[in-house]
Design a protein around this ligand. Structure first.
Ligand code: HEM
Length: 187
């Protein structure tokens, strides 16, 4: 049987999931920073906390879909000149992004449960209460959720810088693999 030719770009569903999640993560992060600085407890603050949690659960669900879609997709190749250490770095970077996209909402979920607030997705679906209210654990998960969110932001900044460096400084057209309509180098 003839093998499927390697595409030069990610497929449209992978692109859609990449950009939907990039946007969602940016909104969740901005919202997180903004809401914790609102003084006291106001109805608006509580609303933002709920939206932040619902968005986090939605991003987790999208990540599960993305992992399945990725497993069923033929992925584009890399330039032959990228063998060795650079490829190890590129792949580790992508896996680290996946790991942080997984860990960050899970830590937020555990933080909410330890604080004594079950998560009811869009006010409709109550997610399992796997740990009970525990003020000491709440402190731990609060810290870890914040750390992992910042870790994800730093990784994303590195990812964007690398993509831009390859595109404009090394003259390797790579953005087109993820952005429809842009030119992409034949590999
Ligand atoms: C302006 C923002 C962004 C740009 C310009 C960008 C660009 C790209 C490009 C060009 C690729 C394909 C690279 C390749 O195949 O080597 C890619 C892949 C990827 N991006 Fe981004 N990206 C951005 C934001 C994000 C964000 C926010 C995340 C997640 C937190 C993310 C996670 C990933 C992952 C995991 C892959 C690998 C896809 C796979 O092989 O499954 N990206 N990105």
């Amino acid at each position: 049987m003839p093998s499927t030719p390697t595409p030069s770009r990610y497929n449209p569903l992978m692109m859609l999931l990449h950009w939907a999640m990039a946007l969602g993560l940016a909104v969740a992060f901005g919202m997180g920073l903004y809401m914790v600085d609102i003084p006291g407890i106001t109805p608006f603050k509580l609303k933002l906390f709920n939206w932040h949690k619902w968005l986090g659960v939605s991003l987790f669900a999208l990540l599960m879909i993305r992992i399945l879609v990725r497993a069923g997709s033929t992925l584009p190749s890399y330039p032959a000149s990228w063998a060795g250490r650079l490829m190890v770095l590129v792949k580790s970077g992508h896996w680290a992004l996946y790991a942080m996209m997984l860990i960050t909402p899970v830590l937020g979920y555990l933080y909410s449960l330890a604080a004594g607030y079950p998560v009811v997705w869009f006010g409709v679906i109550e997610l399992p209460v796997i740990i009970h209210k525990d003020p000491a654990l709440k402190e731990v998960f609060e810290e870890l959720h914040e750390l992992s969110a910042w870790g994800l932001v730093i990784l994303v900044a590195g990812h964007v810088l690398m993509a831009v460096k390859h595109e404009w400084m090394d003259n390797t057209r790579i953005l087109g693999k993820m952005i429809p309509g842009l030119r992409v180098d034949k590999q």
